[in-house]
Ligand binder design. Structure first.
Ligand code: HSE
Length: 431
């Protein structure tokens, strides 16, 4: 039986999960693929960090180049995350004739174009299934299973940590900080969890999904991005009373000849399947012309789920090597019907708005006259409390309005003496 040698760079949460699967399922995998997978070397800056996985001391190194320069290693698995030195390691590994498996969505979103071009020049591949949705096989599905399709939209929940936080807040009414602490304890969050909660991790994943679906590498600066850190429990509860659930959505949607690419908190109808995606789960909706609307869902973060995707990539590399095949993993055709990215000013949506205003006659008239000037139509209004001396929350839902118009109207409304706090506006996404 032919043996393939791996070098793993990074023995953290996901890396140790990969080692555990390869140890525990060695025979099962060998039977399935007809080859054996040998972990030849593991690199980590902390040699004591072995995460209870069984590996011989002899294969450990602190120097990634012991793996990159080893001619017997066929596949380099990069699991250190971050941009540097991950970029340099992958670049050099490709140059040395290795195929690379990585879960590094930040690196691929920022430097994917350079790295994939370099991989092509080297006649090698970068495999990245674990970079989006962890164990959910969304990359393979877009690239292979749906290869004959054109896409209208790809959207969903792609960050487990923020979904976990929002679910805790919605279900248990716990605070944002308590929920985030729990997510960190369970090992879902990034090293820097602001990447999760400010929508950066979702934007990285959305860039990869957008490329696979529409053949466009969107720059990070072109993704409209808002995080969840400023959401309040009060708004989540008021929205629940309107049968709306809060989610951090990542959306790539075609509008005739343009494409909208955005990450932001959104309220969705409680009956929509995405509303039932809670905890660390991710769910990606793919609207395609031939296969129709498809929903991919499952745990989107966590050790075994991410490691499952990494092992699937390792097996893919081996199958390609054995068949003597070269299948670039980023073979997407540019969708020429898309001429431009939409400017955020053009986005249109229904909105939930909360004003904090004095409870006295004429307040609503003042608010609605400003909204009317911006052509914004009100769908419903509820005052949540009664308090003559103090300010009260007024919750309003508006019909579809242009983002730019709403922002301008809110600036004017917030200047009214009867308004006591900055107004809150959350998109209501029609899915
Ligand atoms: N930190 C990510 C998440 C997991 O919470 O979804 C890895 O992509």
């Amino acid at each position: 039986m032919k043996e393939f040698n791996l070098g793993i760079i990074g023995l953290g949460n996901v890396g140790s999960g990969v080692v555990r699967i390869l140890n525990e399922r060695r025979f099962m995998l060998a039977q399935k693929i007809g080859s054996s997978i040998q972990i030849k070397r593991i690199c980590d800056i902390n040699l004591k960090r072995k995460h209870n996985v069984h590996v011989s001391e002899k294969i450990f190194t602190k120097n990634a180049y012991d793996i990159i320069n080893d001619p017997q290693i066929d596949i380099v698995v990069e699991l250190i995350g971050g941009i540097h030195p991950a970029y340099e390691y992958i670049f050099e590994a490709l140059k040395k004739g290795k195929n690379v498996v990585t879960a590094n969505k930040a690196l691929l979103a920022e430097y994917g174009q350079q790295l994939f071009t370099h991989a092509l020049d080297c006649n090698k591949n970068i495999y990245f299934e674990a970079s989006v949705g962890a164990g959910i096989p969304i990359i393979k599905s877009l690239r292979e299973g749906l290869v004959a399709n054109k896409f209208h939209s790809v959207f969903g929940i792609v960050n487990g940590t923020s979904n976990f936080v929002l679910s805790c807040m919605s279900e248990s009414h716990c605070s944002f900080n308590e929920a985030l602490h729990l997510a960190k304890e369970r090992g879902f969050a990034e090293k820097d969890p602001t990447l999760d909660i400010e929508g950066v991790d979702s934007a990285h994943k959305l860039i990869l999904l957008t490329y696979l679906a529409f053949g466009r590498f969107v720059n990070m600066k072109d993704v409209w991005r808002e995080g969840i850190s400023s959401l309040s429990l009060a708004d989540i509860r008021y929205a629940q009373e309107l049968n709306l659930a809060i989610k951090l959505l990542a959306v790539a949607k075609r509008k005739t000849d343009s494409l909208e690419v955005r990450v932001h908190p959104a309220l969705i109808n409680n009956r929509h399947p995405l509303a039932a995606v809670n905890g660390v789960n991710n769910a990606i909706y793919v609207c395609s012309d031939l296969a129709g609307d498809l929903l991919f869902s499952g745990p989107g973060a966590g050790q075994s789920s991410a490691a499952s995707a990494v092992v699937s990539d390792i097996v893919d590399v081996i199958q390609d090597l054995k068949a003597g095949m070269f299948r670039p993993t980023l073979n997407t055709l540019v969708d020429s019907s898309i001429k431009r990215l939409r400017n955020p000013d053009e986005f249109e949506s229904r909105y939930y708005i909360r004003f904090t205003a004095l409870d006295k006659p004429g307040v609503l008239a003042k608010i609605s006259s400003i909204l009317a000037r911006y052509n914004i139509s009100i769908a419903s209004v509820t005052q949540k409390e009664r308090h003559k001396a103090k300010s009260v929350p007024i919750v309003m839902v508006i019909h579809e309005a242009k983002e730019r118009h709403l922002r301008q109207a809110l600036v004017e409304i917030d200047k009214l003496p009867v308004i006591k706090e900055k107004s809150v506006a959350i998109r209501i996404e029609e899915l």
